[in-house]
Design a protein around this ligand. Structure first.
Ligand SMILES: Cc1ncc(C[n+]2csc(CCOP(=O)(O)OP(=O)(O)O)c2C)c(N)n1
Length: 573
């Protein structure tokens, strides 16, 4: 009779799982040994379980298929948590196997004892303890179906001894795949939406991650309504390209054209977005919101009409009902504004020989130019996300991943690991912060060990720069943000990874070219300007006051030069 572990692995194989990310440990040994013997699933050994969870999330994001991570009992699976929160909130299908202490010891305060079925509740859609072998196939099937259909996280808690016992029940075929169901609101509601849009003056579209697979119909709707399209960061990879209606982003990472397109409309059509910042929504416009998850409708701004359905299916129903609009003045104004804003951003992305430290914008711009047509980018939370938002160009083939809802630092390297493992042959580039990279630094070793040719571009500004901006905007003196860094390029070389350190703009291009052409993993560390802080598209009175206060305090603390820099790089834009 097959063991529980064997039936579990058989189920994973039949569901198309190719690999499991994790760190071994006694309570997991039964499972890892079965994986070894199966020869059909790869065990991808990372150095920190958080990396395993982020990597699985990246794989799921890119493939649309369920991906798997695992951690041993107690601390091993606790380390998964932050990465799993990211997967859960980004809605990607991930199964986590949380090994548990021997079943007879549960409840006795045993070595490494925790209760994962409680701990993982907040970051999963399904979380169950398998306390006896006969349960396993059914619990696993429910877990996997939940993760796949809800696009979320499922956790099975499996004591090591149970995994080794004989399994009296057989593997269950899941019988489902990632949902391709057509989901759209009833005709009556689609008609209401069409009437509202047809009767409104200026219409603006705000598009998010739910616009995946809806590119063409979205453009057709924008064309019909002569509506500028603002995107949220998670929508960037799906709708920014081949889009003459694109007017950029709004929000804290965005720029002024996106902000004004939103604020100057009479009707806002929100498509597959849960964009969280209330202050960036128009106050008086009529708002229509389309979202596959009805529970998200209206939770950020008031909504006049909420439509529960996929963006793609809903827009296909809506498009024939929309009257062709002839007045292009709102669109023209927003597109012109965008051109100006874009020019302003491009002007900052310069690398004049001899001018140091290098502008991080220039780094992002050159990376964008040199990256392949179908590159996969990951960007760390912090300023790398801003540079990615502003300077990476999407084209329908490129992909862009970040920790864009959970907002966890140190996401980029782990996500690059998962992206590369799942997409061999594609170029994977991580835009890493020096703080972010250092946080899960151990896993640069994984690149060599698993032979993953990821390219790490490290923005070394010797600081937690994004937080410095936050502090300054709040009128605080920056504190606790300084980083005393090693030479990351040397560090990479010690780990047998190609390393380069770039201090002058004139050396950047060739260093990146060399790294990108290298067949193995490579790290390019660029010493960038610390004060190159990006201002939100509109700065509130409190923030402006904050900057003023910061300056006053900094001057009083004898940091006048820094102020001159700050004013030059930020406030005079
Ligand atoms: C795990 C975690 N810790 C702390 C934060 C708060 N935080 C957000 S951005 C940031 C700084 C990131 O620094 P770095 O990676 O060096 O990028 P930089 O902004 O300097 O370019 C911090 C500390 C966070 N988002 N996640």
């Amino acid at each position: 009779m097959a063991t529980v572990g064997e039936v579990l692995v058989q189920t994973l194989v039949e569901a198309g799982v190719k690999r499991v990310y994790g760190v071994v440990g006694d309570s997991l040994n039964g499972l890892t040994d079965t994986i070894r013997k199966s020869g059909q699933i790869e065990w991808l050994h990372v150095r920190h379980e958080e990396v395993a969870a982020f990597a699985a999330g990246a794989e799921a994001h890119l493939t649309n298929e369920i991906a798997v991570c695992a951690g041993s009992c107690g601390p091993g699976n606790l380390h998964l948590i932050n990465g799993l929160f990211d997967c859960y909130r980004s809605r990607v299908p991930v199964l986590a196997i949380a090994a548990q202490i021997p079943s007879e010891q549960i409840g006795s305060g045993y070595f490494q004892e925790t209760h994962p079925e409680h701990i993982f509740k907040d970051c999963s859609d399904y979380c169950e303890l398998i306390s006896q072998p006969v349960q396993m196939p059914r619990i696993l099937a429910i877990a996997m179906r939940t993760a796949i259909t809800k696009r979320g996280v499922a956790v099975v808690v499996l004591p090591g001894d149970v995994a080794l016992r004989e399994c009296p029940s057989k593997a269950i075929t899941l019988g489902i795949s990632a949902s391709t169901s057509v989901v759209r609101p009833p005709d009556s509601e689609v008609h209401l939406a069409a009437t509202l849009l047809n009767e409104s003056g200026r219409v603006t579209i705000l598009a998010g991650a739910g616009c995946k697979e809806a590119h063409d119909v979205l453009i057709a709707v924008a064309q019909r309504l002569k509506a500028p399209v603002v995107h949220a960061m998670r929508g960037k990879e799906f709708i920014e390209y081949d889009n003459p209606y694109d007017v950029g982003m709004t929000g804290l990472l965005g720029f002024s054209s996106g902000y004004h397109a939103m604020m100057s409309c009479d009707a806002l059509l929100m498509l597959g977005t849960d964009f969280p910042y209330q202050q960036f929504y128009p106050k008086d416009a009529k708002i229509i919101q389309v979202d596959i998850r009805g529970e998200q409708i209206g939770r950020r701004t008031k909504v006049d009409l909420g439509l529960a359905g996929t963006v793609k299916d809903t827009l296909h129903a809506l498009l024939p009902l929309l009257a062709e609009r002839l007045d292009t003045s709102h669109l023209d104004r927003c597109v012109d504004h965008y051109k100006n804003a874009r020019q302003g951003l491009d002007d900052l992305a310069v690398g004049e020989p001899g001018h140091t430290p290098i502008h991080p914008q220039y780094v992002a711009k050159v990376v964008n130019e040199l990256a392949s047509e179908d590159a996969i980018f990951t960007c760390d939370v912090g300023t790398p996300t801003i540079w990615a938002a502003r300077y990476l160009q999407m084209n329908g083939k490129r992909r862009l991943l970040g920790s864009l809802i959970h907002g966890s630092m140190a996401n980029a390297l782990p996500q690059a690991i998962g992206a590369q493992a799942a997409s061999s042959g594609r170029q994977v580039i991580s835009l890493s912060g020096d703080g972010g990279l250092a946080m899960l630094l151990g896993d640069i070793l994984t690149l060599k060990q698993l032979n993953l040719p990821v390219k790490l571009v490290v923005f070394n500004n010797s600081s937690l720069a994004f937080v410095e901006l936050e502090m300054k905007a709040a009128g605080l003196i920056d504190y606790g943000t300084n980083l005393v860094n090693p030479n990351f390029a040397h560090l990479a070389e010690t780990a047998n990874i190609l390393g380069a350190r770039v201090e002058k703009p004139e050396d950047l291009r060739s260093a990146l070219e060399q790294a990108f052409a290298h067949p193995g993993p490579a790290l390019v560390e660029v010493i960038v300007h610390r004060q190159e802080l990006s201002m939100p598209p509109t700065i509130s009175a409190e923030q402006a006051l904050g900057f003023g206060l910061y300056m006053l305090r900094a001057v009083m603390n004898g940091r006048g030069d820094e102020i001159v820099d700050l004013v030059k790089t930020n406030l005079l834009r």
